[in-house]
Design a protein around this ligand. Structure first.
Ligand code: ADP
Ligand code: MG
Ligand code: MG
Length: 880
């Protein structure tokens, strides 16, 4: 039988899969000799079994009992013992931290008898014991029994009657316990469970079940966390921050999660328990002030924080409690940070000698780099600033103010940019936060729910803008000077400075983009950090990075961003605009002469386009794809034209009639699988030849031009041979050399790659089409029709159009790479679908032995970084 329960002394930080992040790190701290209240962890294995079977797995009860007995032995008290109770917390903890997702229940073991035992333990402190008891009923009712938390909150507010919670007395809390018990009875039809073992068992199951709460599912999808990991449960003996002013609870970071700088960053709240510090019930004090309150606790905390940083070699965040002058560590983990801080911290740690550059590259991600490439606000703009809050998560966000999550979702769905404004956020606001451009709160610090979640999502956030009076009911807030902002008014928030503006502030490009663009001024600490990491990633990576670019401007930008060639130059846009007429002429041509005339008119235009691109990329390879889409895409819409012709009746122009006939003739039930790509080349004489000639002439005209001609949609080597022979003839005629290769985007091409490689000098995987055809999905139809359902059902965790499906599409890629190279060992292999800029897909391309990835110009730095990371991270399924 598997081992389901681990004492804190048995685990370590590398067992996150099994013990969850919280449990693994509690064990690590225990083994480092730090003061952690004793306890044990129930594994994620047990959770998965529970969720599958709908009940606790066999043997788990006994195992928990054994560990509990051992814990009771160590602590010298039994769980809920009437005269001297052991109390525990039951805490969730999955592999990835999921802020606010899973619930924790504190003070388990209290009932009408043991509450008196707790009074005795606490030296007669009645207030503390009854406060703890009412907290248990409140948390248990809310999280285990699913009772609306508002009911408890309202009862508390009523009792407080405007008093601060510190002014409440033992008798108040004792009364509250009775009220709370009444709420439980009313809501569940049963009494609050008095048996401590029942309490614990129910709490454990509730934690397991919370893995599948809708909020948790939504967060996992957003963060791409697999759905089948499950959560561990930690049972931890209680320590109390709420037994007087010499006690308290706090949270801290070992460095500033915004800038990365070392220092003391945290909040502390006296005489408080658990979540009080982040819930904003009273104003917290900055952690520095703890030094004044209790120097020895403060010094010990600083020492522990240094120990943790050196041990984890990274920024850590911690939760701690002080019980009557004694410090207890309740949690640590490698802390979330802003994208900018991630780069700065990685380089700072290199400079401190804690990590090397290889590791620094793995400590940042392409997603973070992409965030740093967002524009920022123009500092000189005249838009009035109405207040400043805390800079909780960077970026520049502009949108209409909305005051509820529902409204945010509604307006965003209608295509509006919105800023979610709340007094503070809670887990129910998650969908609104996802829908919004940014989040603004009037309460809570950098460790508040809004701040932590926004940073995790890479969403702009200003929190704790205390000068704002937010009224959710009236859907508006007021700012100093009588400024009133109502729902729908546009505001701008700056997550890097904390500024809030009334109106729309113009945005300016990020310094990181300017650095990539070649700005030489590297005064900025962030830019220097990015530069060092990018330099090392470039030196490390094996994959080359090319760009998808169809014009000289994009090509030039791509080159500045570090592209080592163009992997996909589409030619179809060259058939649009003014040139539509020429395409129409081509389609309508009724004789060879007419057709040749139309083609001859197109050729010089095409040539000019290619000349510009070759100039921008001189010395680097440029892969040009011959025309791919069906020709009717360049003709007028069938319905519109037929209405026009019908209305005109006899007076309809002859030309319109002819075009209509052509549109009708070219109409396809399923154009994606119709007359397009190489098929056009075979069916319409001279079309491909014209394009090849334009490429050849352009290459001849530009010194250093390196053309690669790419044939789309090939499924059989015969198709390619036909086009290739013609192309080769033209190239010889013009007197230039160019590679001729093919897209691999039809499953048959992948499966016959060995044959196709006889004709192809390179392969480029067109993974958009390959994904459509492998799954049998018509992308434009399926995404709207049922993808959300598929994601919800977990058929896939992420859309296969976003991240390459390794098992299916990836298998075809591997087969084609292997069999293609068996035929032609120097076959060049690349990818040019949108996956070329997706971090996880880039790691796949590295593993599959491709030579390059090609992506849009703005993704090039991301691809360079991820290609470097792919070399350095051995287990590649996870690139988060
Ligand atoms: P979360 O994952 O939301 O951080 P935690 O399990 O860390 O949840 O618990 C929530 C709060 O309760 C934290 O502030 C934590 O410090 C506190 N807490 C948890 N267990 C104990 C305990 N045994 N004694 C005192 N406080 C505890
Ligand atoms: Mg915690
Ligand atoms: Mg394609």
């Amino acid at each position: 039988m598997p081992k389901y329960v681990y004492d804190f002394t048995e685990g370590n930080k590398d067992l996150k899969d099994l013990l969850g992040g919280k449990g693994a790190n509690l064990a690590e701290m225990t083994n480092l000799g730090l003061p952690v209240p004793p306890g044990f962890t129930i594994t994620t294995d047990a959770c998965r079994r529970f969720l599958e079977d709908g009940g606790l797995p066999e043997g788990l009860d006994e195992e928990i009992s054994q560990h509990l007995t051992a814990l009771e032995g160590r602590m010298g008290r039994r769980l809920g013992q009437a005269d001297d109770p052991l109390l525990v917390s039951v805490r969730s903890g999955a592999k990835f931290s999921m802020p606010g997702m899973m619930e924790t229940v504190l003070n388990i073991g209290l009932n009408d008898q043991s509450v008196h035992g707790l009074v005795k333990q606490a030296g007669g402190n009645e207030r503390f014991a009854w406060d703890s008891y009412r907290r248990l009923i409140q948390m248990f009712g809310k999280t285990v029994q699913g009772i609306d938390g508002e009911l408890f909150d309202e009862a508390l507010e009523e009792l407080k009657h405007g008093r601060d919670d510190l002014e409440l007395e033992a008798a108040d809390f004792q009364r509250l316990v009775e009220t709370y018990k009444g709420i439980v009875r009313e809501q569940t039809g049963q009494d609050f469970p008095a048996d401590p073992h029942d309490q614990m068992r129910m709490a454990v199951m509730a934690v397991f079940e919370s893995w599948n709460a809708p909020r948790a599912i939504l967060y996992r999808r957003q963060e791409r966390i697999p759905t089948d990991l499950g959560t561990a449960v930690n049972v931890c003996s209680m320590v109390f921050g709420n037994c007087g002013m010499d006690s308290g609870t706090g949270v801290a970071f070992t460095r500033d999660p915004g800038s990365g700088h070392q220092g003391v960053y945290g909040d502390y709240l006296q005489n408080a328990q658990g979540e009080d510090v982040v819930a904003g019930i009273r104003n917290t004090m900055p952690l520095q002030d703890l030094e004044r309150l209790d120097k020895s606790v403060y010094d010990e905390l600083m020492k522990i924080m240094a120990t943790l940083e050196n041990h984890y070699r990274d920024l850590c965040d911690i939760e701690f409690t002080v019980e009557r002058g004694k410090l207890w560590m309740l949690q640590t983990r490698v802390g979330k940070r802003t994208a900018g801080a991630a780069f700065r911290i990685a380089v700072q740690l290199v400079d401190q000698g804690l990590i090397d550059l290889d590791e620094a590259v793995t400590r940042v991600s392409g997603a973070q780099l992409a965030q740093l490439m967002f524009p920022r606000f123009d500092g000189d703009a005249k838009t009035p600033k109405i207040t400043t809050g805390m800079n909780a998560s960077p970026g520049a966000a502009v949108g209409k103010a909305v005051f509820s999550s529902e409204r945010a979702v509604e307006l965003a769905a209608a295509g509006e940019d919105v800023i979610l404004v709340r007094r503070e956020t809670n887990p129910d606001d998650l969908s609104g936060m996802i829908a919004a451009q940014g989040v603004l709160t009037s309460r809570g610090g950098k460790t508040s729910h809004a701040a932590v979640v926004a940073r995790g999502m890479g969403k702009t956030c200003v929190c704790g803008a205390e000068e704002l009076e937010v009224s959710t009911k009236e859907r508006r807030f007021t700012a100093p000077g009588g400024v009133v902002v109502s729902e729908g008014d546009v505001i701008s928030i700056d997550g890097s400075s904390g500024a809030v503006y009334l109106g729309e502030v113009p945005v300016v490009p990020s310094p990181v983009v300017e650095y990539f663009e070649g700005a030489t001024d590297q005064d900025d600490e962030l830019v220097r950090a990015v530069d060092r990491i990018m330099t090392h990633a470039d030196a490390t990576r094996r994959l080359k990075v090319r760009a998808n670019a169809d014009n000289a401007e994009d090509a030039a930008r791509a080159r500045r961003f570090g592209a080592e060639g163009i992997g996909l130059c589409r030619t179809e846009h060259m058939f649009l605009g003014d040139r539509r007429q020429l395409v129409e002429d081509l389609v309508l041509a009724s004789s060879k002469e007419e057709r040749d005339q139309a083609l001859a008119a197109l050729e010089p235009l095409q040539k000019a386009d290619f000349v510009e691109i070759f100039q921008a990329m001189a010395g680097l390879p440029v892969t040009i794809r011959l025309i791919d889409p069906p020709l009717h895409e360049f003709l007028p819409d069938y319905t519109e034209l037929s209405v026009k012709v019908a209305l005109a009746g006899d007076r309809a122009e002859e030309k319109d009639r002819r075009v209509l006939a052509a549109v009708k003739r070219l109409h396809e039930q399923n154009p994606m699988l119709g007359l397009r790509g190489v098929r056009l080349g075979l069916v319409i004489p001279g079309l491909f030849a014209m394009q090849v000639r334009a490429i050849a002439e352009a290459a001849k005209a530009v010194e250093g031009a390196r053309a690669e001609i790419m044939i789309p949609l090939v499924g059989a080597v015969q198709e390619l041979e036909y086009v290739k022979d013609e192309a080769q003839r033209i190239l010889t005629e013009v007197g230039v050399e160019a590679l001729v290769g093919t897209m691999i985007e039809v499953p048959r091409a992948a499966l016959t790659a060995g044959q196709i490689a006889e004709a192809a000098e390179f392969f480029s995987f067109g993974t958009n089409d390959l994904t459509q055809m492998t799954w049998g999905f018509s992308r434009d139809d399926v995404e709207a029709a049922f993808f959300s359902k598929y994601l919800e059902l977990g058929v896939f965790g992420v859309s296969p159009f976003e991240s390459l499906d390794r098992d299916g599409v990836g298998r075809l890629v591997r087969i084609a790479a292997e069999e293609g190279r068996a035929t032609r060992p120097d076959l060049k292999l690349g990818i040019c679908g949108e996956h070329g800029g997706d971090p996880d897909s880039i790691h796949f391309c590295h593993q599959a032995g491709l030579d390059y990835v090609s992506c849009s110009p703005f993704r090039i730095p991301v691809a360079r970084l991820e290609a470097g990371r792919a070399v350095l991270t051995s287990t590649d399924s996870d690139t988060r």
